[in-house]
Design a protein around this ligand. Structure first.
Ligand SMILES: [Mg+2]
Length: 258
């Protein structure tokens, strides 16, 4: 039974600024089933409002309440723990954290800082961590797909700081169980009746299964041949793309109503 759907964004619905073929129509078909959908993303290069704008400009209809981002989860973690972090994050994301940026810093927040991953900035983070400040990472993804190829994500930089300091990052985005559960709870569904669709074996699919959800790995976006063999949980399903996943869901619903 499926009574809720979690959708990863980049690599599933679009790559760069281009919708993947057929995904706009498939999302419309999926919505017609009446099953609630939430969008869950570890993207840390832009704030939530910009993600919504980008989706709408591409032709997807998505509301702000349906979007769950790793930066939003990081913000609530930092706020509830009264942390004011040194921010090793993308310049476009700073606006989401301006209220927490006061000094002195007592934590490090890290995301995909892109060109701001300099020695100087890594070292500023290192010095806080070696003195015992907590490391809050919005994700630990290896790479993602951009329109011109695969690009390195924040994971390697998180590991570099962990390696140098002995700190263990607190991950606020996927595959954190609480992150999945916040989205599941908002749909008032049960985890075992919720299906996650993503292109990332670790953060999306294994993460969802570890949180007690169902999972579909799609072979678009960052998917590399043989990725399905890395899945730890063998109940995950691998399908070619979001369009096929939509067909699978629609026929699954028809079967369970029979
Ligand atoms: Mg993705």
């Amino acid at each position: 039974m499926i009574s809720g759907i979690l959708l990863d964004l980049s690599g599933v619905l679009y790559v760069g600024d281009q919708p993947l073929e057929g995904t706009i129509d498939s999302l419309i078909r999926l919505k017609k089933t009446g099953i609630p959908i939430r969008y869950v993303t570890n993207t840390t290069r832009k704030p939530a409002a910009a993600i919504i704008r980008q989706l709408v400009n591409m032709g997807f209809s998505v509301n702000q309440e349906e979007l769950f981002t790793a930066p939003m989860a990081a913000h609530s973690y930092l706020q509830s723990h009264r942390l004011s972090p040194y921010m090793l994050i993308h310049k476009n994301l700073r606006e989401e954290f301006t209220d927490l940026a006061c000094k002195p810093h007592n934590a490090v927040l890290i995301g995909d800082a892109e060109d701001d991953f300099t020695y100087r900035n890594m070292n500023s983070a290192f010095r806080l961590l070696i003195d015992g400040a907590p490391l809050i990472a919005m994700g630990k993804n290896r790479y993602f797909r951009e329109s011109d190829g695969l690009s390195i994500d924040a994971g390697a930089f998180v590991e570099a700081l962990e390696y140098s300091t002995g700190a263990k990052a607190i991950i606020t985005g996927k595959p954190d169980q609480e992150f999945f559960m916040a989205a599941v709870d908002s749909m008032k569904t049960r985890p075992e009746e919720t299906l996650m669709i993503g292109d990332d074996v670790d953060a999306d699919v294994d993460g969802a299964l570890n949180a007690g959800l169902q999972g579909i790995l799609v072979q678009t976006g960052k998917y590399q041949q043989g990725d399905e063999e890395r899945l730890i949980n063998d109940t995950a399903i691998t399908l070619t793309d979001f369009n096929t996943a939509t067909e699978w869901i629609i026929s699954h619903i028809a079967d369970s109503n029979r």
